[in-house]
Structure formats: structure tokens, C-alpha cells
Design a protein around this ligand. Structure first.
Ligand code: HEC
Ligand code: HEC
Length: 345
């Protein structure tokens, strides 16, 4: 079939395709086009799918090398900034844990603190500190609390690499959009308080084999392949309480966060606990001793924004500290809040 288009028709078609491309770009239907320019206006909070970038998309240049270093630091944190590294000034973390111990699969798993889409949300208002923070401050928060360490300078090689990696994780998430599966889903509420003695039984039956009887985890055995001699002590199984675990200022010290994480992913690879068991064992590990975070009471200066499971006073309501720590949470729900339960893939 022969189609004849007049010169005028061609112009109309060209203009038309130009407008369609513009529309597509602004709607983010093409990840590369839309990510190239950060200034495109996008409908605020539009949702983009959870898409993990392919390793092959890491460029083969200096920028790519930084992203790869960042990924290694994220996965094997203890080797770069752990308490046993040779260079004392680099000992930012006070535990041999890795970022990946909580941000599973290098931060790529959805619904368990995955970091696809994190980079593009920052700087962001942080209810915990009551101010706007940038991505470096957010990373340092995990370092200071979840790894009981101290802040890394923003211009340090390690921080820059971590930021480069976290930025790369979001190449399919344009600024102004978000991924629905970030963070951790809310776990169904119990009508009773979590019970630490039942939790202890769950721990002995279902956690101890990996995390050890006293919660201290299991270090990998010196002499393992390719572990540098100056930092032999990464964990095969990270500690869940005790002096090398996350401190009391960490997100994991909040019952609903820990219960939801454990419900979805522990015992690792099986996740066979009931909701009740997940609450009880989370309460058990969080009832055991761990490093103190001395400024925990200063968190959430706006009490209206304080999570109901925050274990430290002051509170904007009249429930006791004990109830905030262990529940039951039903009566504490704020207006419009509801509990949902999703078991992530
Ligand atoms: C088969 C071994 C295994 C069992 C059993 C297991 N875990 Fe884990 N757990 C792991 C591993 C491995 C990680 C770190 C994942 C990674 O680095 O990829 C982890 C991470 C964690 C973390 C986050 C990191 C930390 O140390 O704080 C918590 C909390 C946790 N597990 C709690 C539990 C609880 C509670 C149970 C029992 C219900 C349990 N786990 C059972 C292997 C296990
Ligand atoms: C003991 C568990 C744990 C460890 C270890 C940990 N984190 Fe986190 N991290 C969390 C929790 C819990 C959150 C809060 C997630 C939420 O609010 O949904 C979080 C949040 C974050 C966020 C913000 C996510 C967002 O979308 O706003 C970043 C970035 C981050 N962590 C980076 C790191 C880095 C880098 C490391 C290693 C240096 C690390 N984390 C180690 C538990 C941990």
C-alpha cells in the first residue's frame, strides 16, 4: 500500500510526534530520558515501579568505580569502616555488622528497608530530628544508631562511595516520584502486649542456631577466603542483642519495626513465624541489653509525629512507657491510622 502525505501533513506529523515525546518525557514513561534531567516537573508523588538496576548499567569509568566501591562498603561494611580496620581514623562503625544485614540483598529487596527510590527523596524532612536532612546525614544516622558508631565526614571517600551507590539504585526513580514498596509495611496489631517470655522460647527454637544463644551472632572464621588480614571479623550471622548489636536509638529497637522485619524475613530464607511469634521474639531481643543511645529522649521533638512504638518518653499521650515499648498498640492509634499486614515477597 502506498501512502501519500502532503508537505503540510508531514509537518503536522512531526509536530504531533514532538508533542507526544514531550508528553512521554514528562510522564516518565522512559526511565533514561526522564532521569537525565532532574528539572522536569512531574506530578508530585507519582508512583514508579520497584526496578533494580542491572549491574551492567554501572559505567566503566571513575564514576562506575565509585559506585562499585559503595556497593562493597554496603555489603562488607566491616572491611572498610569496621572497628578492626587498620586505619584507626576509618573505624566509624563500632560493630562488624554490615549495612546489608538489615537492608537485605544490598538494599534491593522491597518492603524491607530497600533503598530503590531513597536517593531521589532527599533532602527530606526527618521527623526524628525535626529538621530537613540530606542523604549523608541519613546514612550517618544508621551508622550512629544501627551500627552504634560515629558520623563519617561528607567528603570522605567511603561516604561519597556509599552515596554514589545509593544514587545508582535510584536510576529508574525520577525526582518527585516514589516507589510504593519502600520502608516496611505495617504489621497487623495484636490485642495484647508482646510477651518476652514466649519470645524467649521462639528465640531458642527458631533464631539461636544462627544468631547464637546469647544473641551475639557468629563471626566468620578467620582464614576464610579473601578476607584481608586486618579485618577478619565480619559476621556470618549478625548480633541481635548485646554490646555489638544496634543501639537503643536504632529503628530496629522499635517493636513494630522489628516485628515486621522479623515476620517478613526471619528465620532468614524461611520466614515461617506467626504474627504473634514475631511480636514476642522482637520484644524479647529488644528487652535484652544493648548499647545505650544517650540522646534517644530528644528524638521526635514534635510529639505529634512520634511513632507509637517509640520506647522513650516524653510522649504526647497518657500511655505508659511500657505500653509504648510492648503494646498493645490498638488504643494508641492516631485518627486515620490503621494497621495492615502484608507479607512481602
Ligand atoms: C538461618 C540463619 C538465621 C536464622 C535461623 C535467623 N536469622 Fe536473623 N539473620 C540471618 C542473617 C544471615 C541475617 C543478615 C542478612 C544479610 O546480611 O544478608 C539476619 C539478620 C537479622 C536481623 C537484622 C540484623 C541484626 O543483627 O540486627 C534481625 C533483627 C534478625 N536477623 C532477627 C532474627 C530472629 C528474631 C530470628 C528468629 C525468629 C532470626 N533472625 C533467625 C540469619 C538467620
Ligand atoms: C540494624 C539495622 C540497620 C543497619 C545495620 C543499617 N540500617 Fe539503614 N535503616 C534501618 C532502618 C530500620 C531504617 C528505617 C527504614 C524506614 O524508615 O522505613 C533505615 C534507613 C536507612 C536509610 C533511609 C531510607 C529511606 O528511604 O529514607 C538509608 C539511606 C540507610 N538506612 C542507609 C544505611 C547504610 C548506608 C548503612 C550502613 C552504613 C545502614 N543503613 C545500616 C536499619 C539499618
Amino acid at each position: 500500500m502506498k501512502t501519500i502525505i502532503s508537505p503540510n501533513g508531514k509537518i503536522v506529523i512531526i509536530v504531533f510526534s514532538f508533542l507526544i515525546s514531550l508528553y512521554l518525557i514528562t510522564q516518565n514513561s522512559h526511565p533514561f530520558l526522564s532521569c537525565k534531567s532532574e528539572n522536569i516537573t512531574i506530578k508530585k508523588d507519582s508512583i514508579v515501579p520497584w526496578q533494580v538496576p542491572e549491574i551492567t548499567s554501572i559505567p566503566d569509568n571513575a564514576e562506575g568505580a565509585e559506585i562499585k566501591l559503595g556497593k562493597s562498603i554496603f555489603v562488607d561494611t566491616y572491611r572498610y569502616i569496621g572497628p578492626d580496620v587498620k586505619d584507626v581514623s576509618k573505624r566509624y562503625a563500632r560493630t562488624n555488622m554490615d549495612c546489608q544485614n538489615c537492608h537485605l540483598k544490598a538494599g534491593t529487596l522491597k518492603n524491607v528497608f530497600g533503598l530503590i527510590g531513597t536517593y531521589t527523596r532527599y533532602p527530606e524532612m526527618d521527623a526524628r530530628s525535626g529538621k530537613v536532612i540530606n542523604i549523608q546525614e541519613r546514612i550517618n544516622n544508621c551508622l550512629i544508631r544501627s551500627m552504634n558508631g560515629k558520623a563519617m565526614p561528607e567528603d570522605s571517600k567511603e561516604m561519597k562511595a556509599l552515596v554514589a551507590y545509593i544514587k545508582w539504585l535510584s536510576i529508574y526513580v525520577p525526582k518527585g516520584t516514589r516507589t510504593e514498596e519502600q520502608g516496611i509495611p505495617k504489621i497487623q496489631l495484636l490485642t495484647r502486649a508482646a510477651d518476652t517470655s514466649s519470645g524467649r522460647m521462639v528465640y531458642l527454637g527458631k533464631c539461636m542456631t544462627c544468631h547464637s544463644e546469647d544473641g551475639e551472632g557468629a563471626l566468620n572464621i578467620p582464614g576464610n577466603i579473601d578476607v584481608p588480614a586486618d579485618s577478619m571479623k565480619g559476621y556470618d550471622y549478625p548480633p541481635v542483642y548485646g554490646e555489638f548489636s544496634y543501639n537503643e536509638g536504632a529503628g530496629m529497637y522499635k517493636l513494630l519495626t522489628a516485628a515486621s522485619f522479623i515476620f517478613s524475613k526471619m528465620p532468614y530464607h524461611y520466614s515461617e513465624l506467626t504474627v504473634e511469634e514475631s511480636y514476642d521474639v522482637a520484644a524479647f531481643i529488644n528487652s535484652k541489653s544493648r548499647p545505650v543511645f544517650k540522646d534517644a529522649g530528644k528524638d521526635y521533638p514534635d510529639l505529634k509525629l512520634k511513632p507509637i512504638d517509640s520506647p522513650f518518653p516524653p510522649y504526647g499521650d497518657s500511655f505508659t512507657q511500657l505500653q509504648h515499648k510492648y503494646g498493645p498498640y490498638g488504643p494508641m492509634l492516631k485518627e486515620g491510622e490503621k494497621s495492615i499486614m502484608i507479607k512481602p515477597e
